[in-house]
Structures are given as C-alpha cells and as structure tokens.
Ligand binder design. Structure first.
Ligand code: CDP
Ligand code: MG
Length: 173
C-alpha cells in the first residue's frame, strides 16, 4: 500500500447499550463481540441519562432532528429513557469504523447476519418511524471522529477512563 494512502490510527469510540439490550439481558453477549475483535475497554458504567443529557447527545452532537425530524428525536429520547443504559469507551485501530462494522447499520432489517443488529433484532426502521416511536436497535456507536470525541467527553469524565496495556501490548516490547 502506498504510504500516503495509509490513514489508520488508534482511536477511542463510545458504545452505549440501549435500554432494550439491558432489559433483554444480553449485554454480556453483545460486549463479548467487541472483546472478541480485540478492542480495549477504557471505561464502563451503568447510568440513567436524563432528557437534557440525551438531547445533547442526539441533537447537539449528531443533529438527529434535522436528519430524521422532531418526532423521531422525541420518540428516540423517550425510548432511551425506558431504563438504565450501559455506556462504554472502546479503543483500537480505527475503532470507530470497526465498532460500526460489529454493530451493523441503523435499520435492523437491513443489518446483515453476523452484526449485532442483524443477529439480535428485526424491527424495521420504517415501521417504527411511521409510528413516531424510537427504534430499538440495541446499541449506540459513535458515527465519526467528531461524534466520538464529543460523545466521550459528554458521557465520561477523564478520571473515569483507564489506560492500560492489553496482553498483546504488554509483551510486545
Ligand atoms: O445509531 P445510528 O448512528 O446507526 O443511527 P442515527 O441515524 O444516528 O440515529 C440514532 C438512533 O435514532 C438510531 O440508532 C435509532 O435508535 C433512532 N432512530 C429512531 O428512533 N427513529 C428514526 N426514524 C431514526 C433513528
Ligand atoms: Mg448515529
């Protein structure tokens, strides 16, 4: 590969196990998929974000209303407040894209088998959007570098994140 085309770097990204993951009792199973590809957990916590926190997360950072409409934003925030969530920061080479690959696309109906959304959910985005309710698709994952940086700062204080060598790093020197 020509050197100038190489852009990969170690990144951090935010993952949130949404209320449907927690309530279905599959967080451990889903988390193992991120560990299985070798991503490092920098921080993790259970929390019940309030409306303001979720508004900032979905609207201020990722412009949900302009992308999907005000009703979709309302439905999404209500769904995200149906129970506690588990938020986690993951680190790895091009982690933002890798995590999105593990999670699959937004619409469970379109998500391939082998992805979290493909393997664990089926309710179609269009069906839920028409009903103006939030789409239960199990996981939030940062969509790009800008979202990842802002979301990590929004959900975690610096002292809640840990830097440590994974086994491969520990014995690679
Ligand atoms: O989560 P992802 O980045 O794949 O999708 P998004 O376009 O950033 O939308 C954020 C979340 O809003 C989705 O994961 C769905 O849970 C939810 N959503 C919804 O409830 N209704 C829609 N019409 C579109 C998205
Ligand atoms: Mg998104």
């Amino acid at each position: 590969m020509a050197e100038e085309t190489y852009t990969g770097k170690v990144e951090r990204t935010l993952v949130v196990f949404k209320p449907d993951s927690v309530q279905r009792g599959i967080v451990g199973e889903l988390m193992s998929r991120f560990e299985r590809v070798g991503l490092k957990i920098n921080g993790i916590k259970m929390t019940s974000p309030d409306r303001d926190h979720l508004y900032h997360h979905y609207e201020v950072i990722s412009k949900m209303a302009s992308r999907w409409g005000e009703k979709a934003l309302d439905g999404l925030v209500s769904y995200m407040m149906e129970g506690p969530v588990i938020a986690m920061v993951l680190e790895g080479v091009e982690a933002i894209e890798v995590v999105r690959k593990v999670v699959g696309p937004t619409d469970p109906k379109k998500a391939d088998m082998g992805t979290i959304r493909g393997d664990y959910s089926h309710v179609a985005l269009g069906y839920m959007h028409a009903r103006k309710v939030g789409l239960p698709n199990l996981i939030h994952a940062s969509g790009n570098t800008s979202e990842a940086e802002q979301e990590i700062n929004h959900w975690f204080r610096p002292d809640e994140l840990y830097d440590y060598p994974v086994l491969a790093e520990k014995y690679s020197r």
